[in-house]
Design a protein around this ligand. Structure first.
Ligand code: F6P
Length: 342
């Protein structure tokens, strides 16, 4: 049995831990061969491979990024994409493909598996934690830790100058990173994509924080939008899955807060720092367990499924079901956290 492995979409801490677990268990327990495909779906599409063996995965557990490379290539948009993938899998004698990715990468795996009979097993990953079928994705805990540390640091500089500090974190469609890091870091305002914000209300929270003689920290997810107004966040470019790239809500907020409250404001955009570097212990644990269960699914010939965390158990769910709907922040949860605003 030869198993192909690919990592697609935005990289995230823990990808290497999954690859290591798959290869270690696959070789040691089942005697499988492995082949890596380079840069997500681009690998099987173009036939670009990376050797994958126990020596190749040695020492990668604590390393961020992915030894296989990643991309946002959507093979379903490429000419004869499915046929080219099928041909390359046959050329490299691949019997099963483990696809590690987020909504987009796994969406392709679901189509290839369900509609074209290409044997895929999915492993969910995203720092955004927005996949509905799993309680958590690895990468999220690390990203929240990085954002929380940044917020802790920004408190002291904000207090020294009595300024507003706006922290823009990742999250195009879901505000999980903003919510968790904002709560953990003691932010005074948290803004998420799920709920449009009222800039007047934001300024009222900011002002009340100054009144209590503290400097406010505003955490905003990159996909958050004002209830009304002319804010232009899109720079016009799209990735190959059609997502519009966002930019600027943090900068926009700082300017509006300054204009409306007369208080000095600065913005820190955390950007890809949230995705880089070594995974947290929790993410290594989760990623490793996902890898172990994914290769078990391959052994069982259980294709078209994705491994998922439910409570403390790893379960299998249809990939198509897992990618059908994003997991967004529930209004009740957001309201619960709102007690700390202002
Ligand atoms: O989906 C993960 C993610 O990090 C999002 O939070 C973010 O909006 C996006 O990827 C950024 O994508 P890119 O690295 O392609 O700019």
């Amino acid at each position: 049995m030869r198993v192909g492995v690919l990592t697609g979409g935005g990289d995230c801490p823990g990808l290497n831990a999954v690859i290591r677990a798959i290869v270690r268990k696959g070789v040691q327990e089942y005697g499988y061969d492995f082949i890596g495909f380079r840069d997500g779906w681009r690998g099987p599409l173009e036939g670009e491979t990376v050797p994958l063996s126990i020596p190749a995965v040695r020492g990668i557990l604590p390393r961020g990024g992915t030894i296989l490379g990643s991309s946002r290539t959507n093979p379903l948009n490429a000419e004869h994409g499915v046929r080219r993938i099928r041909d390359n899998l046959a050329k490299y004698e691949v019997d099963a493909l483990v696809t590690i990715g987020g909504e987009d990468t796994l969406g392709v795996a679901a189509t290839l598996s369900d509609d074209y009979g290409i044997p895929c097993v999915g492993v969910p990953k995203t720092i955004d934690n927005d996949l509905s079928a799993t309680d958590y994705t690895f990468g999220f805990d690390t990203a929240v830790g990085i954002a929380t540390e940044a917020i802790d640091r920004l408190h002291t500089t904000a207090e020294s100058h009595m300024r507003v500090l706006v922290v823009e974190v990742m999250g195009r469609h879901a505000g999980w990173i903003a919510l968790h890091s904002g709560l953990a870091g003691g932010a005074n305002v948290i803004l998420i994509p799920e709920q449009r914000f009222d800039i007047e209300q934001v300024c009222a929270w900011v002002t009340s924080r100054f009144r209590a003689s503290y400097a406010p920290i505003v955490v905003v997810a990159e996909g958050a939008m004002p209830a009304e107004g002319e804010m232009i966040l899109k720079d016009g470019s799209h990735d190959s899955f059609g997502h519009v790239r966002l930019s600027g809500v943090g900068e926009w907020l700082a300017k509006e807060i300054e204009r409306r409250t007369g208080k000095e404001a600065r913005t820190t955009v955390l950007g890809h720092v949230q995705r880089g570097g070594t995974p947290s212990a929790f993410d290594r644990w989760l990623a490793t367990r996902f890898g172990l269960h994914a290769i078990e699914a391959v052994r069982d010939g259980d294709f078209g499924v994705m491994v998922a965390l439910r409570g403390t158990d790893i379960v299998r769910v249809p990939i198509a079901e897992a990618t059908a709907r994003l997991k967004t922040v529930d209004p009740a949860l957001y309201a619960e956290v709102g007690v700390f605003f202002g």
